[in-house]
Design a protein around this ligand. Structure first.
Ligand SMILES: NC(=O)C1=CN([C@@H]2O[C@H](COP(=O)(O)OP(=O)(O)OC[C@H]3O[C@@H](n4cnc5c(N)ncnc54)[C@H](OP(=O)(O)O)[C@@H]3O)[C@@H](O)[C@H]2O)C=CC1
Ligand SMILES: O=C(CO)COP(=O)(O)O
Length: 325
C-alpha cells in the first residue's frame, strides 16, 4: 500500500505516522519546506506536534505531483476552507480510481457545503470517503487507543477502507452516512466554542453539562434536517466527538472558546474550525427553520454582536419548553 497524506499539520502528521508504523509506504505532503525537512531529518514536526517522535520510515515531500501520482490511497488533511483549492491542485496528478479520504471537520463558508460535496464538485470521478470521530492528533500520534468512523456512500468501499486504515490502536467503524459523519464533525466544533466560553467565564461544571446536552439536541435537530441519520449523530463522529472537544482544552475549539470567555485576545490562536463554520451553520439552521440557539449565539459572539455575558443572559431567559422539543 502506497499512501499519501496531503497536509503537514497536526492531524496529517499524526495519521501519516500511524500508517508509516503500520508498514505502508507513507508520504506526508507538506507545502512547508521546513516541516518536510524536519520530518525527514529529525523525525519530528515541532511546529504542529511538538514532543512527538515520528517513525523513521515516514517520508515527507514538498512535491505535490509525485506525492499524488505515486499513491494508491490519499488522505486529504487540510482545513475545510482550503479543501476546494487543494482538490483543484491535485486534479492533474490524480490517477483514476484512487480513493480520497477526507479528514477536515468544517463547512465551506461561501457555499454551505460539507467536504464531500466540495470535493465531488472538483473531482467528480474520485471515490470518496470521510473520516471523523473523537481523536486528538497528539493522542493518535502517541499511539493511544482511539476509535473513529469512516463513511462512504458505497458500503463495500466504507468497509474496505475501514479495514485498510484501522491499526492496532486506531479502530475504525464503517458507515454509509457520509453527511451524518460530516455534520457531526462540523457542528461539534461550533458547540465546543460555546463549551470553552462557559469554562473560560468560570460558570461551573453544571452549566457546562447543560450546555453540552442542549448542544447535542441542536446537533441532532440540525443534523437530521440536513439529512443525517440519528444514529450517526449519537455515534463516534457526533456525540463522541462532542464529548471529547467539549471537555478538554487540548481541543483548539474549546481553547478558543475559553479565551473568548476570559475576554482574552484570540488573534494568533491555533486553527479552530468552528470559528469558520459558525456563521454558515447558523444560516443553515435559519434556512431549515431549525431552533439552534447555541449555534446562533456562537455566531453572534464571533461577529461581535453579543458579549459572552449577554449571550448567557439570553440563553437563560429563553421561553421555557419541553425537554424533547
Ligand atoms: N488536530 C486534530 O486533532 C484533528 C484535526 N482534524 C481536522 O483536520 C483538519 C486539519 O487540521 P490540522 O491538521 O489539525 O490543522 P493544522 O492547523 O495543524 O494544519 C493544517 C495544515 O494544512 C496545511 N495547508 C493549509 N492550506 C493548504 C494548502 N492550500 N495546500 C497544502 N497544505 C495546506 C497547512 O500548511 P502550512 O503549515 O504550510 O500552513 C498545515 O500543514 C481540520 O479540519 C481539523 O478539524 C480532525 C481530527 C483531529
Ligand atoms: O476534532 C478534534 C478531535 O476529534 C480536534 O479538535 P480541535 O480541532 O478542537 O482541536
Amino acid at each position: 500500500m502506497r499512501l499519501t497524506v496531503i497536509g503537514g499539520g497536526a492531524w496529517g502528521t499524526a495519521l501519516a505516522s500511524v500508517y508509516a508504523r503500520k508498514g505502508f509506504a507513507t508520504t506526508l505532503y507538506a507545502r512547508d519546506e521546513a516541516t518536510a525537512e524536519s520530518v525527514n531529518e529529525a523525525h519530528e514536526n515541532p511546529r504542529y506536534l511538538p514532543g512527538i517522535a515520528l517513525p523513521d520510515a515516514l517520508r515527507a515531500s514538498t512535491v505535490l505531483s509525485i506525492s499524488v501520482e505515486s499513491a494508491d490511497l490519499i488522505l486529504l488533511v487540510v482545513p475545510a476552507q482550503t479543501l476546494r483549492a487543494v482538490a483543484c491542485d491535485i486534479r492533474p496528478f490524480l490517477e483514476p480510481g484512487v480513493p480520497l479520504v477526507l479528514c477536515a471537520k468544517g463547512i465551506e463558508r461561501e457555499t454551505g457545503l460539507f467536504a464531500s460535496h466540495v470535493v465531488a464538485q472538483e473531482l467528480p470521478e474520485a471515490p470518496l470517503a470521510v473520516l471523523s470521530g473523537p481523536s486528538f492528533a497528539q493522542d493518535v500520534a502517541a499511539g493511544l487507543p482511539t476509535a473513529v468512523t469512516l463513511a462512504a456512500e458505497e458500503g463495500d468501499l466504507a468497509e474496505e477502507l475501514s479495514r485498510t486504515l484501522s491499526a492496532d490502536t486506531f479502530r475504525i467503524y464503517a458507515s454509509t452516512d457520509m453527511l451524518g459523519v460530516e455534520a457531526g464533525g462540523a457542528l461539534k466544533n461550533v458547540l465546543a466554542l460555546a463549551a470553552g466560553a462557559v469554562s473560560g467565564r468560570g460558570l461551573g461544571a453544571s452549566a457546562l453539562a447543560a450546555l453540552v446536552t442542549r448542544g447535542l439536541s441542536e446537533l441532532r435537530r440540525l443534523g437530521e434536517a440536513l439529512g443525517a441519520r440519528p444514529e450517526t449523530l449519537t455515534g463516534l463522529s457526533g456525540l463522541g466527538d462532542l464529548v471529547l472537544t467539549c471537555s478538554s482544552a487540548q481541543s483548539r475549539n474549546f481553547a478558543y472558546g475559553q479565551a473568548l470567555g476570559r475576554g482574552e485576545d484570540v488573534s494568533g490562536l491555533k486553527l479552530a474550525e468552528g470559528v469558520h463554520s459558525a456563521a454558515i451553520a447558523a444560516r443553515l439552521a435559519r434556512e431549515k427553520d431549525i431552533e439552534a440557539p447555541i449555534v446562533q449565539t456562537v455566531a453572534a459572539i464571533l461577529e461581535g454582536r453579543l458579549s459572552v455575558d449577554e449571550a448567557i443572559g439570553r440563553l437563560m431567559a429563553r421561553p421555557l419548553k419541553r425537554e424533547e422539543d
